[in-house]
Design a protein around this ligand. Structure first.
Ligand code: HEM
Length: 505
């Protein structure tokens, strides 16, 4: 028979265990909420999940607006928690300069191993976007050299961009003045420019392999899925059926594109001629043959760099052009001035070339203003700190995720008068020339050693597409209602969908 003493003893045992558990949980909670002194201020957060739930509901796709609220409340440098990972956002030009330029050795690494999805994606090679240290320096040197040698400023690449612009012009002509959404065709055109750079050939816009590349770029860029999905911090979530099927779809699309890239590398190997270097793959094969060249990439890493160029170079450029056309239909006076400048400098008997740029300052100022007001890549790509660092007196501990809020920088009234107004003139001096001083705090490509590796190519593409479109067509809205400029924030900020009418000039 169980006596009373045994019951009391076992009850006390269970109670002790329960009390110990509760105590451990409380201690765990208190420890997890402890912050090192000196780190930037920020909102309150939950244990384990941090501020992940702050981005629900109407904040989905509005990360830039959420950060603006936090900047208002906590100042130019604030912190949030992505799970239990500290994430610091630098919101003004000075802080970004102090970190990315003045302390470049501490701030130039990428947090590939802190984001589960990225870690999986770059298992075979980190390419240029996700590499750090010497591996990144070598990949970056090779990429920048290749983009330069393939000729920004040389006729071949300029001709290829113009050829692609002509295809877009034909497409627009075929719309016969009916309203259409322009992003799709711009995306195909800019993806084909990258295809020319890496594979040495363009694709028909209906080619299934080509369309798959675009699908992969879309998956990488559109939506908060890319850097902010909880699965990056809680990989167990990948077993939830809905997420599992989504992740599988992304994985399969990436595998197919990689297979496609391998096919191209193999074909290039067979046809390789050292005296006739035509594209990125040829440059890669050429460096492989040169002993002691430190920028030589392994084949897996070359594959990844190629993927990086598509991912980083297509959507960004297409989205910039998309915003440019949206602002042109909202500001017909600016559009008219751009066209008048083109008409007086180039006329309409030939296409506009790269060498015309210095003679078209109003067009250039308009594109700078588009890049300022739209901030296409609003938070750049995450950096991480190699060691503890201090910015504007705040401690940024080793291993923090660090975001440069380029969007906030470009709308900062301390640098830009009436920042919400679209005014290309702000970039022109009294003589009508583009003012370097006015553009000094414009950083759409970020700043420091991690600055966009494709900046020269991007600038050339944006200029050639934009001016050649305006030379041939006038753009207007399809209805009476003005399209909104309330962008949707993923890795890039895309325009809300709008239809445009193009009238031949
Ligand atoms: C208007 C178009 C573009 C914009 C606004 C843009 C913007 C950016 C930004 C903000 C970054 C992140 C920098 C950082 O982390 O601090 C970046 C990185 C990068 N971009 Fe671009 N980009 C554009 C076009 C291109 C093009 C055309 C290419 C190449 C074909 C390219 C290749 C890259 C690469 C490889 C990186 C990674 C650099 C590194 O990690 O070292 N981008 N870009």
């Amino acid at each position: 028979m169980i006596n009373l003493l045994d019951i009391i003893t076992s009850f006390t045992g269970v109670t002790t265990i329960l009390l110990t558990l509760v105590l451990l949980l409380v201690i765990g909670y208190v420890i997890s909420m402890q912050e090192r002194s000196g780190i930037p201020p920020g909102p309150s957060y939950w244990p384990i999940v941090g501020n992940m739930f702050d981005m629900r509901g109407k904040r989905v796709g509005k990360r830039h607006k959420y950060y603006a609220e936090l900047q208002e409340k906590y100042g130019d440098i604030f912190r949030i928690y992505f799970g239990n990972q500290l994430l610091v956002v630098l919101n003004d030009f000075e802080s970004i300069e102090e970190a990315f330029v003045k302390q470049k050795d501490l701030f130039s690494s990428r947090p590939a191993d802190k984001l589960w999805g990225i870690k999986q994606a770059v298992k075979d090679g980190k390419g240029v976007i996700w590499a750090s240290g010497q591996e990144w320096k070598d990949a970056r040197r090779m990429t920048v050299r290749a983009l330069r040698d393939l000729g920004v400023g040389k006729t071949t690449l300029e001709d290829r961009i113009k050829e692609e612009a002509n295809i877009v012009l034909d497409y627009i002509t075929a719309r016969e003045g009916k309203p259409f959404v322009v992003h799709d065709i711009l995306m195909k055109a800019t993806t084909n420019v990258i295809s020319t750079v890496v594979f040495g050939k363009r694709y028909d816009y209906t080619d299934p392999d080509f369309l798959r590349i675009i699908q992969v770029i879309d998956m990488s860029f559109k939506s908060d899925m890319s850097f902010f999905t909880p699965v990056h911090r809680f990989p167990m979530l990948r077993f939830i059926p809905f997420l599992a099927s989504k992740l599988l779809k992304v994985r399969n699309a990436f595998i197919k594109v990689k297979t496609f890239i391998v096919k191209h590398i193999e074909e290039h190997k067979k046809a390789f001629d050292q005296n006739d270097i035509k594209d990125f793959i040829d440059i890669h094969l050429d460096t492989c043959g040169k002993e002691g060249d430190s920028s030589v990439l392994s084949e897996n890493n070359a594959k990844r760099v190629i993927l990086d160029l598509f991912v980083a170079g297509s959507d960004t450029t297409a989205t910039t052009l998309d915003w440019a056309l949206l602002f042109m239909i909202l500001h017909l006076d600016v559009q008219k001035k751009c066209q008048e400048e083109i008409a007086s400098v180039v006329g309409d008997s030939r296409m506009i070339g790269w060498s015309d740029k210095s003679k078209l300052p109003y067009n250039e100022a308009t594109l700078l203003e588009v890049q300022r007001i739209a901030s296409i890549v609003p938070m750049a790509i995450p950096h991480t700190t190699e060691k503890d660092a201090v910015v504007k007196g705040f401690l940024i501990p080793q291993g923090s995720l660090v975001y440069a809020n380029l969007y906030a920088c470009h709308l900062d009234s301390r640098y830009w008068k009436e920042p919400l107004q679209f005014k290309p003139e702000r970039f022109l001096d009294d003589t009508g020339t583009v003012s370097k001083q006015a553009a000094a705090t414009l950083i759409p490509f970020s700043t420091g050693p991690r600055i966009c590796a494709g900046e020269p190519l991007a600038r050339m593409e944006i200029f050639l597409f934009f001016t050649n479109l305006l030379q041939r067509f006038s753009f207007s809205t399809s209805g009476r209602e003005k399209p909104s400029t309330d962008g949707i924030c993923g890795v890039s900020i895309s325009t809300p969908e709008y239809a445009v009418v193009a009238t031949p000039r």
